[in-house]
Write a protein that binds this ligand. Sequence first.
Ligand code: 5GP
Ligand code: ZN
Length: 113
Amino acid sequence: MADECLFCRIVRGEIPATLVAENASCIAFRDLGPKAPTHVLVIPRKHVESLNTLDDPALVAEMTALAQQVAKAEGIDGPGYRLVINTNAHGGQTVFHLHLHVLGGRQMKWPPG
Ligand code: 5GP
Ligand code: ZN
């Protein structure tokens, strides 16, 4: 856990967020600047800086399991959705606490920008 990390502060309840789901190891909350009608972030409760420093790959399975629940609850499972993990500068990562974007509710483009 990192004192100053924005997402650790959300996990601790020090910064408000709209929680949509949780499990033992992860929480899911709405992105403050949504890029799609549904835009939820799934994050581990423990601080992990990025996918590069993940030492427990099972955690990504738990994040994905929660994303699956979120997609169903949001009604985007049928029409479809996209999961994204941005890593470092070229990936477009701006918050250095591992997170999985769950994006849906509109047609996604390919290739991504
Ligand atoms: P990244 O660019 O690192 O992949 O994604 C970070 C995401 O966090 C962005 O989509 C941004 O809108 C979101 N975000 C940044 N600050 C906050 C915040 O304080 N609360 C919430 N709910 N989302 C945030
Ligand atoms: Zn953190």
